[in-house]
Design a protein around this ligand. Sequence first.
Ligand SMILES: *Cc1c(COP(=O)(O)O)cnc(C)c1O
Length: 366
Amino acid sequence: MTTSFARAEVTIDLDAIRHNLALLAAHAASTGAATMAIVKADAYGHGAVPVARAAVEAGAHWLGTCSAGEALALRRAGITVPLFSWLDTADADFESAVAEGVDLGVSSLAELERVAPLGARVHLKIDTGLSRNGCPPAEWPDLVRAAAASKAEVVAIWSHFACADEPGHPSIELQAKRFQVAYDIALEAGLNPLRHIANSAALLTRPDLHFDIVRPGIAMYGLNPVTQQEDLRPAMTFRSSVVSLKRVAAGESVSYGHTWTASQDTNLALVPAGYADGVPRLLSGRMDVWLDGKRRPVVGRVCMDQLMVDCGNDTPAVGSEVLLFGTGEKGEPTAREWADTLGTIDYEIVTSMYRPRVTRRYLGVR
Ligand SMILES: *Cc1c(COP(=O)(O)O)cnc(C)c1O
C-alpha cells in the first residue's frame, strides 16, 4: 500500500518536463530551429517558475508567456533567457517589459504605437486564418512599414495555427501560404525578421514549418496533441487519499440526489477531494480512481469537498493513496481520459489544477 495522507495534491515531475523538452528541442534542432517553451497560464497549471527553470536546463532557448506580467514574474525569479509575450491590455506595464528585455507581440498599428516609442523588441503577428489576434493581411503592409520606420526593433514575424492538431487539414497549407506572403512583404519593407508559427502539433508533424523558432506548450507537459507516437511523459499527477471507509447496505443510495444505489452490500471509501479541488462534478458516475492496485468507480455525485469510491468487499486502509489522474503507466486514469469523458481537451484539465486548496509538490528539483 502507498500511504500519502494527501488531501488534494498535484505532483509535477520536473524530470518529465526536462525529458519532454529535450525531445522537442531535438526535433527542432534537426531543422535548425530554436525552441521557445510556452509557460503561459502558470505553465498550463504546472507552475511557471519551476517549469521555466527545468525547460531552460533541458535546452529551451526562449520562454513564451501570454502576458507581459507573466514574463516579468519570470525575470523577477532570476530567469535570464529571452522572453516573449503577446497578449496584453493597453494599460500593461510595457516600460518594465522593455526594460527587462521582454519581447512583445504586436498585432496592430495601435499596439505598435504603444510600445515602439519605448524601443521595444517586437514580433509582428500576421493573422493567417485563426481570426483571433494577429494583423489582418489587408493591414499588414502598413504595419510592417510603420514598424520598419519606428524606434521598435523588429525581431520576428509570427502566426499561430488553427488546426495543426489535425495533420492534413487544408487550413494548414493555407496558413503556411499566407505566412510566406506576409514574410515577402516584410522583406520588401526592408525587414529581415525571424519567423515562428509552429505549436507542439506542428513541431511534431511539420518539420517544414519549423522556421527559426518553434513554440511547444502542451507536449512539454507530456500530453500529445497528435496521434503520432512520441516518447512523451505526462508531468502532472493528481492524488488524494482515503480518509475513511464504511459499509453500506444493499438498497442504500449515495451522495446528493441519490443518483447511485448500492445493488449489494459494499465498502465505500471517502476521498477528501471534490469539485473545489479540480474534480469536475460532470465526472460524477463517469470516472474511476486507482486505489489499492486497481481501478475503482467513483459512485454518486462528486461533492464540493469529497467523493465516494465503491470498493466492493475490499478494505483499503485509511491513508491509502488515491490516484485521480497520472501518467497511466499503472492503469490509472489520465488527464486525457478525463478530457475525453468530458468532451474537452487535456489542456483544460491540467490548466484548471491551479487552485488554492490543491497543494503542489515538485519532483526532480535541482
Ligand atoms: C499556447 C500557445 C502555444 C503552444 O501551443 P501548444 O498547442 O500547447 O503547443 C504556442 N503559441 C501560442 C501563440 C500560444 O498561444
